[in-house]
Design a protein around this ligand. Sequence first.
Ligand code: 3NM
Length: 221
Amino acid sequence: MARITSEEMKERLAVYFIMGSQNSERPAEDVLKEALDGGVTLFQFREKGSAALEGEEKEALARQLQRLCRTYGVPFIVNDDVELAIAIDADGVHVGQDDEDARRVREKIGDKILGVSAHNVEEARAAIEAGADYIGVGPIYPTRSKDDANEAQGPGILRHLREQGITIPIVAIGGITADNTRAVIEAGADGVSVISAIASAPEPKAAAAALATAVREANLR
Ligand code: 3NM
């Protein structure tokens, strides 16, 4: 398997859904299935916080959600846990600035997709150097889904990164909804990454579809 191309990565980032068992009262598999039906293009398994599953339970849920993603042809990315990603042969790994060093992760995962969180030009350049396939930039808007989130930066950070010559695929994250999707795409993001806009929606399928429509329409402008 070769590294994903930049063009394919950008398309895959369109509607990037992130979820762990802690993000919904409902079974994660049910929420993910509905989200996939609505048009999610990439999925990240993120077990975080005091209620997060660990060990065998975590791996079992990962495998269950991975199987579901496979039936939809949607790549399955694991947050932070490189060993789990390798054990289950996930399609990729996403790491933050406080997680395992991106360069080491790239060495371990070969051609799998590597995503890195970046908050400024310096971190973006370092992620590219380390071999990232995309960067996640946020929080763009205030979020309640991440305990240790930084201050919201607004879509201006995306414009700034592009103006500084950062051409790597970018997904925007933090407080994103169908209503503010156009602003982040126009500012330079290739796609939107969400937890609550889908996981907390009364109808995850409709929520994912609304995000997909908003990204498509923003790209047509
Ligand atoms: N990372 P919601 S913000 C997982 O800024 C995550 O790097 C962030 O959840 C970052 O869509 C965030 O519910 C939470 O705001 C996003």
